[in-house]
Structures are given as C-alpha cells and as structure tokens.
Design a protein around this ligand. Structure first.
Ligand SMILES: [Zn+2]
Length: 147
C-alpha cells in the first residue's frame, strides 16, 4: 500500500462539486487511484472517501483481497468522528467499474461509492440514496488512457 500522500489529489483551484452539492473527484485523484488499482492487482485496493475543502479525497484503508475487500468500523472511525467521511472506494482488478450486489449491500444511506475497474478500464462515482445508486461521475478508457 502506498503512503497516504500519494493518493491525495493536487490542489486544483476552485471547489469541484456536482449540481446537488455532492463533492467530486479531481482528474489527478482518479489517475492516482488507477495506478493504485494496477499496483495492487490481482488483489483489490480499498479505502475511504473524505470531503476536504469541498472536494473528494481518497485515502487507503482496510484490506484488499482477491475479488473482495474488507473495511471494518475501526477503519472508518477517525473520519467518522471528525465528520469528513463520505464513503468508500475500491477496485475491481479483473472486472468493470460497476457496483456489485455485495458492494451495494455494504453501503449506507447517503454514502458515496467509487469503483475503479481495470477490465475494461473505467471508474464510477455513485451517490447511494434510497437504495439506489445515482451516478455522479463516470470515466471511460479514453478518460483514463494517459494514466
Ligand atoms: Zn466491488
């Protein structure tokens, strides 16, 4: 697992937020996470999404396994206590960027979920609300080709 600083996006000017005020991920952050997904393969990589100055920051947490990951309550506690916790991210080294039924089961109301898939290359940021995931951001192979 890389050090925390390497997964944080560089400062990029004004706040990046969706139309409904949900924080979004910068292109440098998604590029770093794709690199992390590749470095961790064939295990999944995982962590927390926190909100910092209106933007999403991904930090490594928990334990990735092959075709699974585990983030337990203790992994979430620091950011839950300081109020910055917004959701979780993880990778699919051998699959696409979609939320599996097991992924959805692990989410809580109003959580954000980011999935990075390597086959094919892509990423998806979803806002979980009322048992439904609404897509906030989506990246395809062309968006991530240079990463
Ligand atoms: Zn998954």
């Amino acid at each position: 697992m890389r050090r925390q600083e390497e997964l944080e996006p560089k400062r990029q000017g004004p706040k990046r937020q969706g139309q409904d005020g949900q924080p979004l991920l910068s292109s440098s952050a998604i590029t770093a996470l794709v690199a992390e997904a590749r470095a961790s393969s064939p295990r999944e990589a995982c962590g927390v999404l926190i909100e910092r100055e209106g933007a999403l920051v991904a930090l490594p947490r928990g334990r990735g396994q092959r075709a699974a990951f585990e983030i337990d309550a203790r992994d979430l506690l620091p950011e839950a206590l300081d109020g910055s916790l917004r959701g979780i991210w993880h990778t699919h080294p051998e699959g696409p960027a979609v939320l599996s039924p097991a992924d959805a089961e692990g989410l809580w109301e109003e959580a954000l979920a980011l999935v990075i898939g390597l086959r094919p290359l892509g990423a998806l940021l979803v806002h979980w609300h009322g048992g439904v995931g609404r897509v906030l951001q989506r990246w395809g192979p062309d968006d991530l080709a240079q990463s």
